[in-house]
Design a protein around this ligand. Structure first.
Ligand code: RP5
Length: 151
């Protein structure tokens, strides 16, 4: 399993459809795990350990409000963590963006844009990272970029 997608809540599911579709289109194996950093912290630790044991290479973590899910995962893994702030709250994701992007030095989270565009780019960035060690994926990625340039 290459990519683990962590979602802060079932109510965030609308944001992962494009992420899942892109990963599927590129034949990248992934799993989606719904797990809150503040409501189920023990489950989060055990799920990180479980996917690490499955060989996960990249984490994607999406959450709204004071979104500590990506940072909490980054604290517990040596793998890259891609964080997507979601516009769940009255602050339309500005709160989540600042929470995800402003990690203290030493514990990086690669932060994407708020909402659906960030969720889409998280899949593409994960593919770029994986393509560093996969010629097949790199070839697919180049084709995707070529198609973009024609649009
Ligand atoms: C965050 O709080 C989740 O990521 C979600 O965006 C938001 C609301 O969650 P629910 O109360 O709907 O479960 O932790």
């Amino acid at each position: 399993m290459d990519v683990a997608i962590f979602l802060g809540s079932n109510s965030d599911r609308e944001y992962i459809e494009e992420t899942q579709k892109i990963l599927s289109d590129f034949n990248v194996s992934f799993e989606t795990i719904v797990c809150s950093a503040h409501r189920s912290p023990e489950k989060l630790v055990s799920e990180i350990t479980r996917v690490e044991n499955l060989g996960v290479k990249v984490f994607v973590a999406m959450a709204g409000y004071a979104a500590h899910l990506p940072g909490t995962i980054a604290a517990r893994t040596t793998k890259p963590v891609l964080g997507v702030p979601l516009p769940s709250s009255e602050l339309q994701g500005i709160d989540a963006l600042l929470s995800v992007v402003q990690m203290p030095g030493g514990v990086p989270v690669a932060t994407l844009g708020i909402g659906k565009s960030g969720a889409k780019n998280a899949a593409l960035l994960a593919i770029q990272i994986l393509s560093l060690s996969s010629q097949e994926l790199l070839d697919q990625w180049k084709k995707y970029k070529e198609a973009l340039s024609k649009g």
